[in-house]
Design a protein around this ligand. Structure first.
Ligand code: G1P
Length: 299
């Protein structure tokens, strides 16, 4: 069985749900506490043993490449000033030379198309796929547990979580079969099911381990939901030839592509940090008591 060495991060999205913040800054570079959203996702991949980080970018995304580059002058200045803690933080997140690759999705044709754009960089081996809108919080990272399930089962692994059935139409939903190791067999998959038709309330949370045969399927994939080339549709086709296993992630997930999810992530990650928790917890309590909403409520 081939090891999962590479991870793909589709970061070409326009971030329209976040305007005007994302007019000049990629949504992946908005900060949760003190680091950009994309760094949480890359760190999760690194923890899972990933050695090569592949970014599918678009126009106005060059700053992501800068973020993962070595800033020699900055490191030098921090060292000279004795700011060892700050320097250590940068060194911890620094990919080694040759560990990152960047390619562009030239047109916004959907997630399936974005993944297909990485085919040459991935080559003929299994790969992890992490959607950077979703950031996760748990003692062990979601991808690390998925790699473990992949070691036991081989083939394809998709992480899922439970959602309110009324929300199922917003996601890819899987059908659940029998248990296997710490996962289960996936019996069906549907992208953005019409209300009342979802096979379960288990939604795909944005973490995948896929076999390279997905690229061949994607190269022929027709447009699906939202008139976009959908990854879920291609996975469904591949499922006729290869098993797919579900991993039910038990941690917390924050959708940083929406303002609510992003604010939630900021509060959650601030409270998670021992150095900030003490001051934040009190501030939040006081704010809840004293700040009243202004303007109209949105139902
Ligand atoms: C994508 C996937 C969907 C998944 C979701 C998780 O949808 O197509 O299957 O449930 O990410 O965030 P999108 O958010 O791009 O509409």
């Amino acid at each position: 069985m081939k090891k999962v060495r590479k991870a793909v991060f589709p970061v070409a999205g326009l971030g329209t749900r976040f305007l005007p913040a994302t007019k000049a800054i990629p949504k992946e570079m908005l900060t949760v506490v003190d680091r950009p959203v994309i760094q949480y996702v890359v760190d999760e991949a690194r923890e899972a043993g990933i050695e090569h980080f592949i970014f599918v970018t678009g126009r106005n995304k060059a700053v992501i490449e800068d973020h993962f580059d070595l800033q020699f002058e900055l490191n030098h200045t921090l060292a000279q000033r004795g700011k060892d803690d700050q320097l250590a933080k940068l060194q911890q997140m620094q990919p080694r030379p040759g560990q990152t690759s960047f390619t562009r999705q030239q047109e916004p044709l959907g997630l399936g198309h974005a993944v297909w754009c990485a085919r040459e960089l991935v080559g003929d081996e299994p790969f992890a796929l992490l959607l950077p809108d979703m950031i996760m919080q748990s003692e062990t990272g979601c991808m690390k547990d998925m790699v473990e399930l992949y070691r036991q089962t081989g083939h394809n692994v998709v992480a899922v979580q439970e959602c309110d059935p009324a929300e199922a139409h917003k996601y890819g939903i899987v059908g659940q079969g029998g248990s296997i190791h710490h996962g289960f067999e996936i019996t069906s998959m549907v992208e953005k099911p019409k209300p009342g038709t979802a096979p379960s309330n288990l939604y795909i949370n944005g973490r995948y381990i896929l076999q390279p045969e997905i690229f061949d399927v994607l190269s022929r994939q027709e447009k699906g939901a939202g008139n976009e080339i959908q990854l879920t549709d291609a996975m469904l086709t591949l499922k006729e030839r290869q098993p797919f296993y579900g991993y039910a992630y038990k941690g917390r997930t924050y959708d940083c592509g929406s303002p609510e999810g992003f604010v939630e992530a900021n509060v959650a990650f601030a409270l998670w940090r021992a150095d900030i928790n003490g001051s934040m917890a009190g501030v939040i309590e006081e704010m809840l008591r004293t700040i009243k909403p202004r303007g109209k409520r949105i139902a």
